[in-house]
Structure formats: C-alpha cells, structure tokens
Design a protein around this ligand. Structure first.
Ligand code: UD1
Length: 421
C-alpha cells in the first residue's frame, strides 16, 4: 500500500494548473448513458474515482475511448447490462449516479447500495424518493436497489427533504427523458450541478433554474451527442490555497474558477492571506506570516464546503488563536482530528459536530493514517508544516480525488516522496 513521506518546514511557492473537477466529471460520465450518440468529455482528471466510473460504464456495455489528454469518448448505444455491481459501487458512492440515466433511458436499473468514504450513514433515500415521484417503482433486494418504470418516467413536482448534491444530479438526469415537466425544489446549487446541467443542455436537454433551489426540466424524447469540457476543481483549488497559506507561502493557480470559491477565499483573507484574482486564476501570498485562527461552519453551496473542512482545520491547528470548526453536512467527519493531534496539535471534539482548535506554535512529525478522501489531505497540510518526516499511510484515499499529488507538491517546492509497499 502506497504511503507519502513528507519532510515539513518548507514554504510552498510556485504555480500550478488546476485539474478538472472530480465531482463534475463523475455525474457527466454517468450522464453520457442518456444518449445513443457519442459524447466527448474533456478536462477529465486522472483519478481512481474516474477510473471506477469508466470501468462501470464499460461493464454496462458502453464503449469508452480515452486519449492521452484524458479526453473521454463514451458511446452508450449498445448497453448489454442494466446492473451496477457491488464490487464497483462499494468503492465509490458516486456510482449510484448511473441509476437516473439508466432508469430514464431503459425504464429499469439495478444498482448496488453504495459505499465510498466512511463519513456517516450517507443514505440514498432522497434519490429514491425523487425517482418514485417520477413514477418509478423501487424495491431493495439483496443489497441492490431495483428501479422500474415500465411505461417510462413522468414529469412531476418534487421537493428534497434536504440538500443533496448527487441526489439532485440523479433526479435531474432521470427527468431529462421523462414525459412532461418536472419541477424540483430544494435542489443543490453546487457549481458541479450547474456544470452537469450545462452538459445535459448541450446534449439537447431542456433544463432551467440550475444553480438555484428550483430547477425545471422539460422532458425530451432523445438526447444528442456533444463535446464538453469539465469545469476546474474548486476543492483542489481551495486545498492548494490552504496548503500554501498554512506554510506561510505563495501560490498561483491557473485554470481556476474563483467565482466558485467565494466562501473559502473570504476565510483565507480572514486568516491573513493576500489574494489577487483574475477570471481564471488566483494568487495567494501569505508573506511568511503565521495564519490567524478562523471559525468555520460547513453548509451547502454557496457556504463553506464540507470538502475543505479538514484541510482548513489542519491550518487552524497551527494558527495564532483558537477557532471553532462546525460540520453540518456529514456526521463522523472529524476522523482526521485524532491523527492531527498525533502531530502535537491541540484539538478538542466537543460533541459530534464541533471541534475547538487551540492553535499551537508548531507540529512535530509522526506516522499517521488517512481515513477518508478530504481528511487525508488535511494530514498533508499538517505534515507540510510539521518539523521532521511524517509518513502518511493509506494514501489510496488521496489518489481517489487529487491528481498527481506528489508532482504538484514537488512543483511547489515541498519535500515529498511516494513510498510503495
Ligand atoms: C457530494 C460530493 C461530496 C461532498 C458532498 C457534500 C460528489 C461525487 N460528491 O456527495 O464530495 O462532500 O456532496 O457537498 O459530488 N443524504 C441523505 N439522503 C440522501 C442523500 C443524502 O440523508 O438520499 C444526506 C447525507 O447523508 C449527507 C447530506 O445529505 O448528510 C449531504 O449529502 P450529499 O449532498 O448527498 O452528498 P453526496 O452527493 O454523496
């Protein structure tokens, strides 16, 4: 199992190109199942989760061709299987995103109940309620969700009980080919939902209101092919900004979308960073200063994203002052706290969803273990500032979501090495 060995103490400095967004590429790849025509998707990040989705499309019978620039061409005109197996869904919860497209196009889908990061219960009840509202019949048999709509899906009015990103994406995709108009309320407004809808509209779908809680979908009888580039990854962008800030360094990120990161940029300014922005780039300069402690509360977009909570908490661990970090999206998303404390941080968990972070002057290297995707990068942030060599175990979690992490860190001057075995 690969590990990362990081010698801390270097100030990050340099320029990086942001990768395509994982959380946008995954639903878009699933959305390619909605058409018989060929779809070409560009700016796809080279990540384990993307490979899993491509493997799943292949296993359903889609023809997938990937070129050297990670442009992925999907032709799903001859599917032989409408069943997404446990082996693929268990490693990645986003595999559940094939259900909406399969149900819309073929009136049937069997998808294993999902796995993915061990952060809370993460049910799919809202996805299923949405499909039922569109007229699907749902049964759960032997760990598989079996959905059928013999006479096709019908447009309907549906309100999510809570804001769910992939739930919104799944129900929008299902409604694309439904008969009539679907109105979804309390929809997720995340930029990745907007990116997916722009892709679907490029295929001829008729969707409006995306990026707001009220989305309207007028069903069409068939979708066409298209060429589409995935948006830049806002979580990767924010993560490298936080890493640079924690080390007192400076970084320029090219090919970014600053407009999708406002809540994080505001917090970085509060932490003492100087920021310059263009339409597609962000530069952060910490000027060698120690960050200031900043309170964080995660919430659905446009508020502070849960996917950057762990990294920010790691920076707060060495910040000047005490901060409160509150997680409102997932239970059990503080598994990194124990590991960061192993490096000498002083973080207290006060209840299941709040951490009080007493900033310490410095951290000291120790062996640590990654527990989930975003939490694992918080250990990288902590290791980059710790004195000595930190060995981070189980970095397969990082490889699920961060493209060429050691190359990018090396490019910023970090002392980092992947250790196999
Ligand atoms: C997506 C992102 C993930 C991010 C999360 C929240 C992808 C591939 N993943 O995950 O990186 O951390 O949004 O921004 O885009 N819930 C239910 N029932 C449901 C669905 C969700 O109770 O049917 C709950 C979840 O347990 C969680 C909350 O709703 O507490 C939000 O989850 P959701 O937005 O669905 O997360 P994902 O779409 O899985």
């Amino acid at each position: 199992m690969d590990k990362l060995l990081i010698k801390g103490g270097r100030r990050l400095s340099g320029t990086l190109k942001v990768s395509g967004a994982k959380n946008s590429a995954l639903p878009i790849l699933a959305g390619a199942l909605l058409t018989d025509k060929s779809v070409v998707i560009g700016n796809v990040p080279h990540l384990h989760d993307v490979t899993t989705m491509i493997e799943l499309l292949g296993c359903l019978g889609a023809n997938v061709v990937i070129d050297e620039k990670m442009r992925v061409e999907v032709s799903a005109n001859d599917l032989r299987e409408l069943r997404a197996p446990y082996e693929l869904v268990k490693t990645m919860r986003a595999s559940f995103l094939v259900m909406g497209p399969l149900l819309a196009k073929y009136g049937r889908a069997d998808v294993s109940l999902p796995g993915g990061c061990a952060i809370g219960a993460r049910p799919v009840d809202q996805h299923l309620k949405g499909f039922e509202a569109l007229g699907a019949e749902i049964n759960v048999v032997d760990g598989y969700v079996s959905a059928t709509a013999e006479h096709g899906l019908k447009g309907a009015e549906f309100t999510f009980d809570l804001v769910t990103v992939t739930g919104t994406e799944n129900v929008i995709m299902a409604a694309c080919l439904a008969d009539g108009i679907t109105r979804i309320h309390n929809a997720a407004c995340e930029p990745e939902v907007v990116d997916l809808v722009e892709f679907l509209n490029a295929m001829g779908a008729r969707i409006s209101g995306h990026g707001t809680p009220n989305v309207e979908i007028t069903g069409v009888t068939a979708l066409a092919g298209c060429v589409f580039d995935v948006m830049p990854d806002r979580v990767e962008t924010g993560t490298y900004l936080i890493a640079a800030a924690a080390t007192g360094g400076r970084v320029r990120l090219d090919g970014a979308r600053p407009d999708t990161l406002q809540a994080v940029l505001d917090k970085l300014i509060e932490s003492g960073a100087e920021l310059s922005l263009g339409d597609d780039w962000i530069e952060l300069d910490m000027g060698g200063k120690r960050p200031l402690a900043v309170d964080i509360t995660t919430a659905p977009y446009p508020m502070f994203p849960t996917d950057m909570q762990a990294q920010y908490l790691a920076m707060n661990a060495i910040a000047k002052g005490t901060s409160r970090v509150t997680e409102t999206i997932f239970e059990n998303r503080f598994m990194h706290v124990q590991e960061i404390n192993r490096l000498g941080a002083n973080i207290e968990l006060v209840g299941p969803s709040t951490a009080i972070v007493h900033g310490v002057d410095s951290l000291k290297a120790a062996p640590v273990m990654a527990t989930d995707l975003r939490a694992s990068f918080s250990l990288v942030v902590a290791a980059l500032v710790a004195v000595g060599e930190t060995l981070i175990d189980r970095i397969y979690h990082i490889d699920r979501g961060y493209e060429t992490i050691e190359e990018k860190l090396l490019q910023l001057g970090a002392d980092v090495q992947r250790v196999s075995g």
